[in-house]
Design a protein around this ligand. Structure first.
Ligand code: BEZ
Ligand code: FE
Length: 293
């Protein structure tokens, strides 16, 4: 897709997300009951990164940071232990490790008994998404995915205060990202810390049999779409490339922070076939499932 369309479609996605993440420390506990907002998955997620809390490489020239926080239930107070927190970002040279077994600057960890996580990593740098397009610079950002039983799987991104390109990037500048533009605090220890607390929404359950019915390959207009279940997130691939992360919102409908497809409604037809209706603000596509796997 052309960068311009890509940005326009993505902005529509951002606008369709109305919840503002909001979390305030009242001296005793965190207060706030709005789930942390989602952001686009981006093209570079790799499931199955190593479980580790130190991602720093020995010879990096990047700026070391500690990224830490609390993962909380939808009430904004109850800590979630054993939640899986995955992060991925580029290195100090704008490079994402998309291929090696080292999974550089990629890792996951589970929260401790108090719902806390803490990664040692480096500050990523701004990233030029399209080498031929000067307008495609993204601000420094870290992608995150947080999964916990009975909670809605969250895919999001964090940005940094005063970061170059934060104001021009369609995702970082979206209203839903305001509470994800974070301060970098210089600590006495010499470390720089970034605090990101997360409230997960409550999972809306959907029967495993329904997931089984809706996952698979669909012929949509002149392209192929694949839906894959991963925890309670539904990933969508278009012509083989991951393009969207979706969450179940009820009534066989999924919504999410994908690049161009904010909403998918599945119809389970009487003859046993399954139809996917994929809608953006400007266009609706639909197609039938033709293959399980
Ligand atoms: C990224 O988040 O890394 C990304 C997003 C859009 C296009 C290219 C890269
Ligand atoms: Fe990225």
């Amino acid at each position: 897709m052309e960068r311009r369309d890509f940005i326009r479609n993505a902005s529509l996605t951002a606008l369709s997300m109305s919840a503002f993440g909001n979390l305030i420390w009242d001296g005793v506990h965190f207060v706030g009951d709005t789930p942390t907002t989602t952001d686009i998955l981006g093209p570079f997620y790799r499931p199955g990164a190593p479980i580790r809390n130190n991602l720093r490489l020995p010879n990096t020239k990047g700026t070391p940071i500690i990224l830490k926080g609390n993962i909380l239930k939808e009430d904004g107070k109850t800590p979630l232990k054993n939640a899986l927190v995955e992060i991925w970002h580029c290195d100090e040279n704008e490079v994402y490790d998309n291929a090696t077994d080292d999974y550089k600057y990629r890792g996951g960890q589970t929260t401790n008994s108090k719902g806390k996580y803490e990664f040692k990593t480096i500050l990523p740098v701004p990233y030029k998404a399209d080498q031929a397009d000067e307008s495609s610079w993204r601000p420094a950002h870290i992608h995150m995915r947080i999964s916990a039983p009975n909670q809605q799987d969250l895919i999001t991104q964090i940005y940094f205060e005063n970061g170059k390109y934060v104001e021009s990037d369609p995702w970082a500048s979206a209203p839903s990202a305001v509470n994800r533009i974070l301060k970098i605090t210089q600590m006495k220890s010499g470390e720089s810390e970034v605090l990101f607390n997360v409230i997960l929404g409550k999972e809306i359950p959907l029967d495993a049999k329904v997931y089984e019915k809706i996952t698979g390959l669909y012929e949509v207009d002149d392209f192929t779409v694949e839906f894959i279940k991963s925890d309670d997130a539904l990933f969508m691939k278009r012509n083989g490339q991951l393009v969207a992360n979706l969450n179940y919102v009820g009534n066989n409908t999924f919504e999410g922070g994908g690049t161009s497809f904010p909403k998918v409604h599945f119809e389970l037809l009487k003859d046993g076939s399954v139809k996917a209706n994929i809608s953006t603000k400007s266009k609706t596509y639909s197609g039938l499932k033709f293959l399980k796997y």
